[in-house]
Design a protein around this ligand. Structure first.
Ligand code: UDP
Length: 317
C-alpha cells in the first residue's frame, strides 16, 4: 500500500509512519510543523519508502501518484496548543478534513479520521460508549477542538454515505509516550518534565478528575487494526484503566524519584471531570486491548524525556 499521513511529524503521526513502514508499505508524510517537530521523523528522512512534504492540509492539496489510504492526523491536540491556535485548529478539522477527504475520493483511497474523546465533552455517561452523543460546550475555549472534530466526523460520514467512500473514525483517548513535545501542556508530559527539571508538579483543580492513559504503542496498534480490518462507524481506542490526576502525579514522583512540591492551580474552563473509554467494540471487532500498564509506559516515557537533554526539555517548540 501507499498511504498519506497528515500530521506525520506529530506525536501519533510519526509513530503511525513507523508502523506502516515496518509492515512494508510506502508512506507520504505531510506536516506544516505548527505543533509537529522535525526530530520525530528525522530517522525516516532518506528511507526509500518514505517521502515528506511540508504543507498545510487546510489549503488545497495535491499528491502525485496512487494512494490506498489517507490518514488525517494533523491537528493541534493539546489544550494549550488549540487555545494558542484556535483558528488553525478549527480549519484543520473542517477544511483540512474536507481536503483530505477530497483527495481520498479522487484516489479511491480508504480515509481514516483521527477523532477524539473530546467529542464526548464533559461526559454525563461513564464510561463512554461510541453511541454516546456527548456533552460539549460549543462556545467554550475547548469548543474550537471539540466542534472541529465533531464536524470532521460528520463530514467523514457524509463522504461515506453520499460518495460511498470507505472511511474509518477513531476516537482517541488520552495517549502518552516518546515523541510528545516536552512542553506541550498535557498532563503526562508536564508532570514528567517538571519532575526531571526539578520544578513543582502542577495539579489543576483538586486532582480528583480522572483520565485513562493509553501508551502510544497500544494506541497505534489499535489504529492500525481499525484501518486494516475495522468498519465505518466510530471506534474508541484508549486504555480503560482510569486514574485520578493526583494518582498520576504520585506515579511520576515515585518513578522519577524527584523531590519536588505539588502546586495546585485553577482548573481550566470546561475541563472534563471524568473520562474512560468503553472499548467493547474494539475488543470484539479488532481483538484489541491495551497491553502496557501505566507504570511501565510512564517509565519508558521518562527515559525518552531524559534522553532529550535540558535544552529541548525546556523548549516549548
Ligand atoms: N492537568 C493538570 N496539570 C497539568 C496539566 C493538566 O492537572 O499540568 C490536568 C487537566 O486539568 C486535565 C487532565 O490533567 O484534567 C488532563 O489534561 P490534558 O491536558 O493532558 O488533556 P485533556 O484530557 O484535558 O484533553
Amino acid at each position: 500500500m501507499r498511504v498519506l499521513i497528515t500530521g506525520a511529524a506529530g506525536f501519533l503521526g510519526s509513530h503511525l509512519c513507523d508502523r506502516f513502514l515496518a509492515d512494508g508499505h510506502q508512506v507520504v508524510g505531510l506536516d506544516n510543523f505548527i505543533t509537529g517537530h522535525a526530530d520525530n521523523i528525522a530517522h525516516l528522512i532518506g528511507q526509500p519508502d518514505f517521502e515528506f512534504v511540508r504543507h498545510n492540509i487546510s489549503t488545497y492539496t495535491y499528491v502525485a501518484g496512487p494512494l490506498d489510504g489517507v490518514l488525517h492526523f494533523a491537528s493541534p491536540a493539546s489544550p494549550i496548543d488549540y487555545l494558542e491556535h484556535p483558528i488553525p485548529t478549527l480549519k484543520v478539522g473542517a477544511l483540512g478534513t474536507h481536503n483530505a477527504l477530497g483527495l481520498a475520493l479522487a484516489k479511491r483511497a480508504r480515509f481514516f479520521l483521527a477523532s477524539t474523546s473530546e467529542v464526548y465533552g464533559d461526559p454525563l455517561v461513564h464510561p463512554q460508549p461510541e453511541s454516546y452523543w456527548g456533552n460539549v460546550n460549543p462556545v467554550g475555549p475547548r469548543g474550537v477542538y471539540d466542534e472541529a472534530k465533531r464536524f470532521a466526523e460528520a463530514m467523514t460520514m457524509a463522504y461515506h454515505r453520499y460518495h460511498g467512500l470507505d472511511t474509518r473514525v477513531v476516537r482517541i483517548f488520552n495517549t502518552y509516550g516518546p515523541r510528545m513535545r516536552p512542553r506541550d501542556g498535557r498532563v503526562v508530559s508536564n508532570f514528567i518534565v517538571q519532575a526531571l527539571a526539578g520544578e513543582p508538579i502542577t495539579i489543576y483543580g483538586d486532582g480528583s478528575q480522572t483520565r485513562s492513559f493509553c501508551y502510544v504503542s497500544d494506541e497505534v496498534e489499535g489504529i492500525y487494526r481499525l484501518f486494516t480490518s475495522g468498519d465505518n462507524d466510530p471506534m474508541n481506542i484508549g486504555n480503560p484503566t482510569e486514574y485520578t490526576v493526583k494518582q498520576l502525579a504520585e506515579v511520576v514522583l515515585d518513578l522519577t524519584g524527584a523531590k519536588v512540591p505539588i502546586e495546585m492551580r485553577p482548573l481550566p474552563v470546561d475541563d472534563p471531570k471524568v473520562r474512560k473509554p468503553d472499548i467493547t467494540r474494539a475488543r470484539t471487532m479488532l481483538q484489541w486491548e491495551p497491553a502496557v500498564a501505566l507504570r511501565d509506559g510512564v517509565a519508558r516515557t521518562i527515559e525518552y524525556f531524559r534522553s532529550l537533554g535540558p535544552e529541548r526539555l525546556g523548549a516549548r517548540g
